[in-house]
Design a protein around this ligand. Structure first.
Ligand SMILES: [Ca+2]
Length: 127
């Protein structure tokens, strides 16, 4: 049900869906220290490493930047808001303010195709 809601949000807000801003320019990797207060940061590798992409703290629906979409392995919600992560999985991951996931392989995917959330996040809501 949440997945359905997420996909309808894509259709409705395509024009206003903010694109993630690159957390670092030119650099191949970014550390957790690059994740500014008020941002949600997503990394290609576990342990907050790899190419980072970030979203501003404003509430809304965000599509993960193409360079890390479907590749996210760790995430840090460095905002004071709640964040919902979306993917093909039937469930969602809810991150309270300040919450982080070091390795999305630790989270079981609720779908029938994939085992874990590793490399699955394609969008999120900041509420
Ligand atoms: Ca990855």
């Amino acid at each position: 049900m949440r997945m359905r809601r997420a996909f309808s949000a894509v259709a409705l807000s395509a024009a206003m869906a903010a694109t993630f801003l690159a957390g670092s320019s030119g650099s191949a990797s970014a550390a957790s220290s690059d994740c500014k207060s008020g941002w949600v940061c997503l990394w290609d590798y576990p342990g907050y490493d790899g190419a980072a992409w970030s979203a501003a703290s404003g509430p809304g629906y965000y599509t993960v930047g193409s360079k890390v979409r479907g590749k996210v392995s760790s995430v840090w919600n460095n905002t004071s808001r709640t964040v919902y992560l979306w993917s093909e999985c039937d469930n969602s991951i809810v991150l309270g303010p300040g919450a982080a996931v070091r390795d999305l392989s630790d989270y079981n995917c609720g779908g029938t195709v994939y085992n874990t959330w590793n490399n699955r996040v394609d969008s999120l809501d900041i509420v």
